[in-house]
Design a protein around this ligand. Sequence first.
Ligand SMILES: Cc1ncc(COP(=O)(O)O)c(C=O)c1O
Length: 368
Amino acid sequence: MIQIASPIIGDEEIEAVNNVLSSGMLAQGPKVSELEESFARYCGTKFAVAVNSGTAAIHAALFAAGVGPGDEVITTPFSFIATINPILFLGAKPVLVDIDPGTYNIDVEKVRGAITNKTKVILPVHLYGQPCDFNELQALADEHGIIIIEDACQAVGANYGDKKAGSLGNLGCFSLYATKNIMCGEGGVVTTDDEKQATIMKSFRQHGMVGPYEYAGIGYNYRMTDLHAAIAVAQLGKVDDFSLARQNNAKILSEGLANIKGLELPSVKQGRTHVYHQYTVRITPEFSITREQLMIALREKEIGSAIYYPKPLHAYSHIAKLGYQIGDFPNAEEAAEQVLSLPVHPRVSAEDLTSIIESIKDLSNAKS
Ligand SMILES: Cc1ncc(COP(=O)(O)O)c(C=O)c1O
């Protein structure tokens, strides 16, 4: 089976974990500090704070930005649920705006129309690994004094101009979940240039602690372990090689799948790099079979595929009850009906790519 995701665990990761095990110090310690230093250096930010998931990273970043009851956070309805739940946990209101159908990222013009005097944060997602329209968002944020928090969970290593995802906004959130471009099983990181925010997040991840058994406010146990950090440090050393492999695979897929009726390929906007956390095509009604039929047919040929995401966020009851209904975000709704992600990760071989391309061509009758 050609899997849709498959982590690469080499000798470096195994040795790094063994060293932590031998040290006897398993919880947050020197490996977490090493990861924070290397991650900040890689992204080009002054600070990085490691936590135990991407969800915790978003929660901590929103907390550091001072988001609370009465505040509004503008974000996208086409993302993983973890983009939005932390906003709700902080008692703030997620204000959703539709996406650009070309990139699946938030539509900046729609953001403009959603800004109110309660807007505290704009939370764009660099979906599938392609940075959003950042300069345009930054101009809006500057005009209105709004903080930008990037959900860069899928975009480690992606460039916007000469800057890395995570260094564009005030805070950048990353996930190190097992299927991400670099991973440690479960983990997260927040990047920032703001020392005060970094200090707040370091306290937030440790029960609100500011000194030995001194608590400045509420917090969680969001600490990362040194076991996880050791894996993440080893993975960070390979991130550019991984991105390159994904980009090469994406290029081959796009060449091989060009000009198939009803199949739309991913597009990359100028001035940015896409790190292809997912290689996502659209299966439109012009395609010979439905998306679901295609998935089944591919599975029969031992090819994995997946839908990210089958429902837009406003279709879930706890979000819908904020006052949203189907029809509000037509681009996100159509994307949820049409997108299909194909294997693109570094372990997909040249032979696998040929098999994916030929299988889809056959199924589309493109050869006849
Ligand atoms: C866009 C996005 N946001 C947030 C998250 C949450 O990250 P995690 O699963 O590490 O909590 C993920 C990944 O799962 C994601 O893809």
